[in-house]
Design a protein around this ligand. Structure first.
Ligand code: GLN
Length: 315
């Protein structure tokens, strides 16, 4: 039956048992530091908008946000700059291309298609307001702290590892500068901001709490603080729904049907509007950068509880 979650704890325990032996995929070794992730780690967490928590597995193990940061940094930039400015720099259209694609920047308006892919997210980094680099990164960390409800730190090793090897992202940033999407010459600083946001350490419960906050119209489920405006939460959810899973967003919409965002460190979060946030962590990812165990778990949860936002009440 749609959305009857009374046995959710049992269900996630069963799914954890079922997919723990599932070892397909690989760690994100293009960022050398992420290659060392413990591939046995596997956590599933559900946080309701009322603040109930259900969890199983390695939900306290920490990992870096990577691309799961993108919708929320976009939300911050949106609140700082307004819709018109944001739309002039970054679109809201899905691409059907990989997250790190460079090719679409050569086409049409040179404006990144959306903020969930790297080109869009790097453009968003250039739009974060602040008096200095430190002020800007502090603002980003503070935003995530208000989502999770406690202090957060950056994993400096992951940050440096990505900074050292990010030739593709560097090329994207220079193209953005060439086309005037990035307006200043401080390319390295903008990239550092992006790499730092990607390197913020969280755990699976944090990720589910972030998702629950956005599912609850921007209200943090434990502190009850309004973390972002409800319109911002709405805009974040639409972008996650249409672009969050890159070139498998259509398949995800069809098989899961929830606004979601993945990251190459293995985190995947999804929001069931008005009800809950769900997160899964497992560092074994597919070629598109999605945690494979997470995709399996979400597909099963979606089927069992008719999670799709388009499911009818009678399902
Ligand atoms: N920091 C990563 C990168 O830019 C994030 C990618 C991701 O999680 N898909 O490549």
């Amino acid at each position: 039956m749609k959305n009857n979650f009374s046995d959710i704890q049992n269900t996630i325990e069963e799914l954890h048992c079922k997919y723990l032996p599932f070892k397909d995929g690989h760690t994100a070794d293009y960022i050398p530091e992420l290659a060392h992730a413990n591939t046995n780690h596997f956590g599933i967490a559900v946080v309701t908008t009322e603040g109930e928590v259900f969890k199983v597995g390695n939900c306290e193990a920490s990992f870096t946000l990577q691309s799961t940061s993108k919708p929320f940094v976009y939300g911050l930039a949106l609140e700082q700059n307004g819709q018109e400015k944001m739309l002039s720099k970054v679109g809201v259209e899905p691409t059907g291309d990989a997250f790190n694609s460079i090719i679409e920047l050569e086409k049409q308006s040179h404006r990144p298609y959306n903020p969930m892919i790297n080109s869009g997210a790097i453009a968003v980094s250039s739009l974060i307001q602040g008096t200095s680099f430190h002020d800007k990164i502090a603002t980003i960390i503070k935003a995530f702290e208000s989502y999770v409800g406690h202090a957060l730190v950056v994993d400096e090793n992951v940050f440096l590892s990505e900074k050292k090897t990010a030739h593709r992202n560097r090329a994207i940033a220079h193209l953005l500068r060439h086309f005037g999407i990035i307006e200043e010459d401080n390319i390295e600083e903008i990239l550092d901001l992006y790499f730092k946001q990607c390197s913020i350490l969280v755990n699976t419960i944090d990720l589910a709490t972030i998702a629950a906050t956005i599912a609850g119209g921007g209200v943090q489920p434990f502190t009850k603080n309004q973390v972002v405006h409800s319109n911002t939460a709405r805009d974040i959810l639409s972008l996650m729904f249409t672009c969050g899973m890159y070139d498998s967003t259509g398949e995800w919409a069809y098989t899961v049907g929830l606004p979601a965002k993945s990251g190459v460190s293995g985190g995947l979060l999804a929001a069931l509007p008005g009800k809950m946030g769900i997160a899964v962590y497992s560092p074994l990812i597919d070629e598109r950068g999605h945690s494979l165990r997470a995709v399996k778990v979400f597909q099963e949860l979606a089927k069992k509880y008719s999670l799709s936002v388009f499911s009818h009440e009678d399902n």
